[in-house]
Design a protein around this ligand. Structure first.
Ligand code: NAD
Ligand code: ZN
Ligand code: ZN
Length: 346
């Protein structure tokens, strides 16, 4: 039985605590399903959303959350690929148009007619969430931990795709800057791809975590210039994935890339990065942005996690804890990921 109302954490005003309240359970429309949420990860993008930190702000009130996993509880009209009880993930790309040139060429994150869970439509900080049947992630009936798997839906897929976007080869050096939710998974996906990994952060505890999950070298950017370290220790990295939430990390990272190398930016602080023109030309440095990943890449990132090759370092929390978690995440005080445990797995 689906109840009429559900508990949710709702943003009413930017920069203010979320309200935990009872709201109506939404009804799935055409091609949509209603998902009973078991777990939902807390991503730093939710901090940006709750504080209205990006130029394009979400409309309020809004239920954030784009790393949720749960059970299909009800089907809207015309849904053919899912049935009640299926286990699905509801990612950032809640829906895309499906027919534009991006959608039809495996570049759906670039679709200009997309909806984003927990940003342009309500997300998973709630007992139920609406998903588009064509965009959900699929999970097996058992054999995985809902808490560990939730962060793969954004953090995992984003770093998996961002690492691939550097185009480097096994055996080469990858830098991962920012060892938070994204970065600690980035180190692990990089190892599964056969790269040697240097982890960069401004916090020694995060660097300890990076070592625990497989980093070969670490450097604390608040104590030492990471670019000089990378040049000295490995001759510069071939690829660099920047997940950091501070602007200055991006400029520092460029200086540590060897000639011919590529930096992929995935962290989204405000502002811009200064790319030195002459150096970038003489050394043929590529700087590119990378946005989440396709549905296929999401399924690949999940498959690697299901095999146990990548494991989220995770702390469980209650929905009611959200106003303590978001400020802690903003201050860089979360190890790995916090995941909201909203209902029991069946
Ligand atoms: P997080 O808070 O868990 O981790 C951020 C890490 O950056 C922390 O460990 C922090 O210590 C570190 N850091 C801060 N300043 C630094 C500096 N100067 N040098 C090196 N490290 C530094 O955040 P998260 O959930 O991993 O998200 C990271 C960023 O990625 C956010 O901006 C988020 O919005 C963005 N994001 C982007 C995409 C995408 O598709 N591009 C997807 C998801 C998240
Ligand atoms: Zn995210
Ligand atoms: Zn499209």
């Amino acid at each position: 039985m689906i109840p009429k109302t559900m508990k949710a954490a709702v943003i009413h005003e930017f920069g203010k605590p979320l309200k935990i309240e009872e709201v109506p359970v939404p009804k799935p429309k055409e091609n949509e399903v209603l998902v009973k949420v078991v777990t939902c990860g807390v991503c730093h993008s939710d901090v940006h959303a709750a504080n209205g930190e990006w130029a394009v702000k979400p409309e309020l009130p809004l239920i954030p959350g784009h790393e949720s996993i749960g059970y299909v509880a009800a089907l809207g009209p015309y849904v053919k690929n899912l049935k009640e009880g299926d286990i699905v993930g509801v990612p950032w790309l809640n829906s895309t148009c499906g027919y534009c040139s991006y959608c039809s060429s495996g570049k759906e994150p670039l679709c200009t007619d997309q909806h984003n869970s927990g940003y342009t439509v309500n997300g998973g900080y709630a007992e139920y969430v609406i998903a588009n049947a064509n965009n959900v992630a699929r999970f097996p009936k058992n054999g995985f931990d809902f808490k560990e798997m939730a962060p793969i839906l954004c953090a995992g897929i984003t770093v998996y795709k961002g690492l691939k976007a550097t185009g480097i080869s096994p055996g080469q050096w990858m830098g991962v800057s920012g060892i938070g939710g994204l970065g600690h998974l980035g180190v692990q996906y990089a190892k599964t791809m056969g790269f040697k990994v240097v982890a960069i952060d401004i916090n020694d505890e995060k660097l300890e975590l990076a070592k625990r999950v497989g980093a070969d070298l670490t450097v604390n950017a608040s104590k030492e210039d990471p670019a000089a370290f990378l040049k000295r220790e490995v001759g510069g990295v071939h690829g660099m994935l920047v997940t950091a939430v501070e602007n200055e990390a991006f400029g520092q990272a460029i200086g540590g890339i060897r000639p011919g190398g590529t930096m992929t930016m995935v962290g989204i602080p405000e502002g811009s990065v200064d790319v030195p023109i002459l150096d970038s030309i003489m050394n043929e440095i590529t700087v590119k942005g990378s946005l989440i990943g396709t549905r296929e890449e999401m399924q690949e990132a999940i498959e690697i996690a299901l095999q146990g090759k990548v494991k989220t370092v995770v702390t469980g929390a209650k929905l009611e804890d959200i106003n303590e978690i978001l400020p802690r995440l903003k201050k860089g005080k979360v190890e790995g990921r916090v995941v909201l445990e909203i209902s029991e797995p069946l």
